[in-house]
Design a binder for this molecule. Structure first.
Ligand code: FES
Length: 104
């Protein structure tokens, strides 16, 4: 188990227990975290699982992930990631995931 903290744009945060092997996206859905929609179910085809992670432990986004991030409706930053592409490991315990400002 790893504890993952999701932070909403307004600063509210929720720390949850994540199962190893699940993605950050699956963890968010399992805990009804606002801001992660995952319309494609993790197939890297939608960018509705966009989040910001400033933590070297998650590694770099793949080329395909970077391409899909360009389709994100929210503001894309240097720390942008697709949460479906990050697998939870014990080594990610304490990870902080920021959610984007919702697009109206
Ligand atoms: Fe669609 Fe991540 S869930 S790209």
């Amino acid at each position: 188990m790893a504890k993952i903290t999701f932070v909403q744009p307004g600063g509210a945060s929720q720390t949850v227990e994540a199962r190893e092997g699940d993605s950050i996206m699956q963890t968010a859905l399992a805990h009804s975290i606002d801001g992660i929609f995952a319309e494609c179910g993790g197939a890297m085809m939608c960018a509705t699982c966009h989040c910001y992670i400033d933590d070297d432990r998650t590694g770099a986004a793949s080329e395909g992930e970077q391409d899909m991030l360009e389709c994100a409706e929210d503001e894309v930053r240097d720390t942008s990631r697709l949460s479906c592409q990050i697998t939870v490991t014990e080594g990610l315990d304490g990870l902080i995931v920021h959610l984007p400002v919702p697009v109206e």
